[in-house]
Structures are given as C-alpha cells and as structure tokens.
Design a binder for this molecule. Structure first.
Ligand SMILES: [Zn+2]
Ligand SMILES: [Zn+2]
Length: 142
C-alpha cells in the first residue's frame, strides 16, 4: 500500500481530502502506459471490484485536473478526452492516427531550439507543446 500513501500525501498537500476513489483513480492513471479515457478508467476500476459510478469518475477527474494533479488532453478527431498523471517533468506525446492511443515520451530535444528562437526574435519562450502523429508499433504490424 506504499503507493496509496504517496497519493494520500499528494492530495493532502493540495488540501484535497483523500478519498478511496481519488487514490484509486490516481493509482490507475499512474500505472497506465498511455493516457486513458474516463470510460476506460471506469472499466479498469470495475474490473478491480472498486465500486464507483461513471459520474463519480468524471467528478474526481475534474477535481484532479482543476488542482493540476492530472492533465486532460483531447485527441484530435476523437470526441473524447484522455487523462494522465501530471508528471512534473516536461514531456511530449506520440499519437497513433489509427488506434488513437497516445503515448508519453519523456525528455525534450527542444531547449537548444528555444534558445535560438529567443536570440533570433527576442522572444521570451515560456513553454511549448509537441504532438507527433503516426502509426504505433502495434498498428505498424497490421
Ligand atoms: Zn496504433
Ligand atoms: Zn519539449
């Protein structure tokens, strides 16, 4: 139950009451290799015999997003949002245009580029997002 203790601590720091549902959802998102939709989250929790309703999943996700613990992204062309734990480290996304899965990539190759833009345009860079589209390893096999 080590992980659960960590989530309780994270919630406490944000002055959020730690509820069974909040820690379960954080744990589930943390475990996932890629961002998941609320529906998939709901199914995964049900499979673990955690009793939760779809509306509670949405409510908990909203709270976690509002408090910066979880990031919500919308996949282009798909009308559903996906969620992932907000790791403080900056990262990028690979988006498969076939299965619509989104994979997080740690690390960033753009800091030199940002510096050169600052020099060239006298522009003070505060951040960027980068989404890379293509076919994932699984979809490449088909
Ligand atoms: Zn794919
Ligand atoms: Zn970056």
């Amino acid at each position: 139950m080590e992980a659960e203790k960590i989530y309780r601590e994270i919630l406490r720091k944000r002055n959020l009451r730690s509820t069974r549902h909040r820690t379960a959802i954080l744990a589930e998102l943390e475990k996932s290799r890629f961002p998941v939709s609320a529906e998939d989250l709901f199914i995964n929790l049900k499979e673990k015999n955690i009793s939760i309703s779809m509306s509670t999943v949405y409510r908990v996700l909203d709270t976690l997003v509002e408090n910066g613990l979880v990031i919500q992204s919308n996949l282009p062309g798909a009308n559903k949002a996906v969620y992932e734990v907000n790791k403080k480290e900056h990262h990028h996304h690979l988006i498969c245009i076939k299965c619509r899965n989104m994979f997080s990539v740690e690390g960033c190759p753009l800091s030199e580029y940002e510096k050169s833009l600052e020099n060239r345009f006298g522009f003070s860079v505060k951040g960027h997002t980068l989404k890379i589209f293509g076919y994932c390893n699984e979809c490449n096999k088909v």
